[in-house]
Design a protein around this ligand. Structure first.
Ligand SMILES: NC(=O)c1ccc[n+]([C@@H]2O[C@H](COP(=O)([O-])OP(=O)(O)OC[C@H]3O[C@@H](n4cnc5c(N)ncnc54)[C@H](OP(=O)(O)O)[C@@H]3O)[C@@H](O)[C@H]2O)c1
Length: 95
């Protein structure tokens, strides 16, 4: 099946997006596709080793508009810490 051509979003349409659970599965796939469109992505992950693997994998595909933020969505303190770190950077959350 032919690959669908990815169109970059226009500069004015670019968003900064936080995706939790982004080191694998649907979260990772969403992060990759949105980054390829040109959005700035924060990968919210709780495991440093898995997170580094996810970032390396994206970097190896030429995707560098991704940053990471440590966050366990079942831990209120962890969420508060991430919120403080991100401040007003995030325009879209996929949690
Ligand atoms: N952002 C989102 O909306 C989002 C993201 C991912 C999944 N989901 C939902 O999860 C379901 C399964 O998806 P999947 O097949 O992709 O599952 P999956 O392959 O098992 O991946 C689940 C992801 O969630 C992470 N995760 C689990 N508990 C977490 C927690 N307490 N704090 C932070 N991250 C946590 C996992 O991280 P570890 O590797 O550390 O376990 C992993 O990255 C679906 O119903 C999907 O809708 C939603």
């Amino acid at each position: 099946m032919p690959m669908r051509k990815k169109h970059k979003v226009k500069t004015e349409e670019m968003k900064t997006i936080l995706i939790t659970g982004a080191n694998k599965g649907i979260g990772f796939a969403a992060a990759k596709q949105l980054a390829q469109l040109g959005h700035q992505i924060y990968l919210g992950t709780r495991n440093v080793k898995k997170r580094n693997k996810a970032i390396d994998s994206l970097n190896n595909e030429g995707i560098f508009n991704v940053e990471m933020i440590q966050m366990d969505i079942t831990d209120v303190n962890s969420i508060a810490k991430a919120k403080k770190e991100l401040k007003n950077k995030i325009e879209v959350s996929m949690c």
